[in-house]
Design a protein around this ligand. Structure first.
Ligand code: GDG
Length: 477
């Protein structure tokens, strides 16, 4: 262990246990945005990733095989936080995903508050804080991630005041009036303020957090720095800022330029019946992502004959997610109803209107799909950033293609050259899809070039470096 080590604390490890058809267990990279964003920041660095392995500890059940030390060219170590089934149900499915997730996404679904779930959240946060306190060398830097662990910064500070602690929220921080619903709002704000540096995806998120801090605690910020009462009557500073997360552009560029990707993209196009226009959606199957919005818009456009079903196909990849939470089962049913209706009434044998894949695909296959897609549809009702939009832009090495993007994503701030839409305005979404489908080559090129120029300069390595640099300089005295 050395002081230069970076300790990552996140709910999930970057790998998860998957049980095969014959019961054998293997480890594979966990899906989702957090791992995609944070993994590259540890590449080539000494460090430890602390998290839950995705498995429920049940007494009497066989234990998991050890996580391979060297998989995926990993240089860092992994420290597992074991959680019991009941803890996970209350802390993760419960408080994190049934209260915080909907609340922070503008209460699109109704947040459900249960006191016993918050108690479990507190207990689980303490387990993560204790694991970090054990793993960190004196004076080490610890970077805590996301809404499942908002109490960890303050807990860790009380266990280990010598550490530099950063916290980053991957999802939006909501408007004060919404956040103030939360029965445990003070505990959450105080928990986050245990960090020396607090990062949000957008300046709006940072502003909301500072407003809530002032309203709840009466601590105003000066130049985005909050003075926090410390131990023994002292004071310490907590700095708050916006750091827009991004993608590993070099890696995606290499993948996009490989002949295998080009061949696979061509094959996909053929398999889809060589249509004039391929539209694509790629999301975790989550009600915040507006999958239903785009499928409805597309179906209406086919029904109204504004898009020709003989020349257009839509592919929707929906990765299963949080299937223990009721709202996720509901959105899956909704989406599948729309797909069934569209294919039943508009598809032909061998030529469905919507190709729906409910599975997690390898990244190589995703890149081929991005390359085959003429129009990428990213229509969340609210999203912290949205990496899929950035991955699509990173894959368009010929400056072609079109991105239809919801205004309510963090990515929209950085990609105003996309076809921006309000996902609540169905007619507006339809207009944007038609405009993107009919846009000329030059217009698409102009827009894509501008988005690529921005993205190439703002990759995930820069995001992590800026956060870690600020964290290290913020706490230097
Ligand atoms: C949270 C915030 C923020 C999806 N399907 C497959 C697959 N994916 C990958 C995508 C992308 C990632 O998952 C999804 O990232 P998003 O950013 O779109 O969304 P969340 O999972 O909700 O992420 C979000 C992010 O954290 C980072 O801070 O941007 O706002 O909600 O990388 O490619 N990957 C593979 N197969 C799939 O089928 N391999």
């Amino acid at each position: 262990m050395s002081e230069d080590e970076l300790i990552i604390v996140a709910n999930r490890l970057p790998v998860e246990a998957v049980t095969g058809p014959t019961g054998e267990v293997t480890w594979k990279v966990s899906p989702g945005g957090l791992v995609a964003a944070v993994e590259p920041s540890l590449k080539g660095r000494q460090g430890v990733w602390i998290g839950w392995n995705g498995h429920y500890e049940t007494p009497g059940e066989s234990t998991l095989p050890p996580i391979p030390e060297t998989a995926d060219n990993r240089d860092y170590r992994i420290a597992e936080v074991p959680l019991k089934r009941q803890d996970v149900e209350l802390y993760y499915d419960g408080f994190s995903n049934s209260a915080l997730w909907p609340l922070y996404h503008d209460a699109i679904a109704t947040p459900i508050y249960h006191r016993n779930e918050f108690d479990a959240y507190r207990r689980a946060n303490m387990l993560f804080a204790q694991a970090a306190a054990r793993a960190a060398a004196p004076g080490a830097t610890v970077w805590v991630h996301d809404y499942q662990l908002q109490l960890v910064p303050a807990m860790l500070r009380s266990l280990r005041p010598d550490l530099r602690i950063g916290f980053f929220l991957h999802i939006p921080f909501p408007a004060p009036d919404l956040f103030l619903q939360l029965p445990w709002r003070r505990a959450i704000v105080l928990g986050i303020l245990g960090a020396d540096l607090v990062g949000f995806q957008t300046t709006g998120g940072a502003r909301n957090f500072l407003a809530v801090t002032e309203r709840l605690l009466g601590w105003p910020a000066k130049s985005n720095i909050v003075e926090v009462p410390g131990a023994h009557g002292g004071r310490r500073e907590s700095k708050v800022g916006a750091f827009a997360v991004s993608v590993d552009v070099d890696r995606l560029d290499r993948l996009a330029r490989s002949p295998e990707t080009a061949n696979r993209a061509q094959q996909l196009r053929k398999d889809l019946g060589s249509p004039r226009t391929i539209l694509l959606g790629v999301d975790r199957l989550d009600y915040t992502k507006g999958i239903d919005v785009r499928l409805r818009a597309y179906t209406e456009l086919l029904e109204e004959k504004r898009l020709d079903p003989a020349e257009t196909v839509l592919v929707q990849v929906a990765t299963p997610s949080r299937e223990n939470v009721d709202e996720y089962q509901r959105i899956r049913d909704d989406v599948e109803l729309i797909v069934g209706h569209a294919n039943g009434s508009l598809g032909r044998i061998g030529a469905p209107a919507i190709h729906y894949v409910r599975d997690s695909l390898p990244i190589e296959e995703l890149m081929a799909l991005y390359q085959a897609a003429d129009i990428m549809l990213v229509t969340p009702l609210r999203d912290g950033m949205n990496l899929v939009a950035k991955e699509y832009v990173a894959s368009r090495i010929n400056d072609d293609g079109a991105l239809v993007l919801s205004e309510f994503t963090g990515a929209a701030r950085e990609m105003p050259q996309s076809w921006l839409v309000n996902p609540y305005d169905m007619d507006g979404v339809k207009e944007a899809i038609v405009a993107a489908a009919n846009a000329g080559h030059d217009e698409k090129r102009r827009r894509m070039r501008a988005m690529r120029a921005h993205l190439l300069k703002h990759d995930v390595q820069r995001w992590a470096a800026e956060f870690i640099d600020q964290l290290t300089t913020t706490t230097e005295t």
